[in-house]
Ligand binder design. Sequence first.
Ligand code: KG4
Ligand code: ZN
Length: 345
Amino acid sequence: MDEPLVIGFETSCDETGIGIVRGATLLADAVASSVEEHARFGGVVPEVASRAHLEAMVATIRRALSTAGVSAADLDAVAVTAGPGLAGALMVGVAAAKAYALALGKPLFGVNHLSSHVAVDLLENGPLDEPAVALLVSGGHSSVLFVPRVGGQEIVELGATVDDAAGEAYDKIARLLGLPFPGGPHIDRLAVEGDPAAITFPRSMTGKADPPYAFSFSGLKTAVARWVERRERAGEPVPRADVAASFQEAVVDVLTAKAVAAAREMGVGHLLIGGGVAANSRLRALAAERCAAAGLRLRVPRPGLCTDNGAMVAALGAQLVIAGAAPSTLAIPADPGMRVTEVLV
Ligand code: KG4
Ligand code: ZN
């Protein structure tokens, strides 16, 4: 087959993403976000997200097809996020993708949202024909993965967070500092004005006896909250930019140190970073510095492809088609708790 033309549906959280790729070439990346509808609640409201997906779906598909300059009949396969994510939100995307696959008579691939965050790298940085270590950092997950083949089905989880995900920690600290939801980008911007060495917050899970590739961010969150409370109780102003920068430094210090250590331990030449938090400017800068020092090639997509989108789902779908993977059946369910090592349903 020539390079397969694949459409990807993403609805696991608050972004309705429809992407179209030909092999590893990005043709369209249409995203409709309901984030503003959730902002006043301080977090994503599942029912609101599901309804917004439903309302945005058809227009977003049309926009993607038109941007790509293809018609639905040209598609070779339909890929969709089957999980993990919000049950109702996932169901909207899975139902829409099934309808397309059925109507077009094309194979359906129900894929893992987290593997898609890794596979999207191919669209930006080209093929990678050797094993890599991937740091996956999103709003719901934080893991270090051994990836024999990007877009392949064999993934080993070397370590993960034992409590909050990195993105969750950003969002909670943002809330504490009175910043809007989702807080990651706001902390990123505020931190630029602050001193990352102003306050020494704990680097969790970095003791000799701790698992080498596991993370914990809930202790850090508490430490930041206590620090801010002490200031407020003493009637002193809270240096928000310094708090943001120091908190961020504690997160990205541990993330990059562990990811680089894993890549060295596994003897791979490449470190990939994916997921919404991979859009973070300080994470990208520190990872670049530490990879260079360790002789590792860093691969991280542009920020717009790090946060949720449909192109990443299409990218993974295309790799599965190329690898000759057996498609999913039309009976697959949405799987809110899909495990990170399960790439295709
Ligand atoms: O991958 P993603 O878009 O959705 C999930 O699969 O969860 O990740 C969303 C998370 C949110 O917690 C958001 O605050 C965080 O990614 N995020 C960032 C940045 N942009 C998004 N965190 C830090 N810095 C950023 N620039
Ligand atoms: Zn995501």
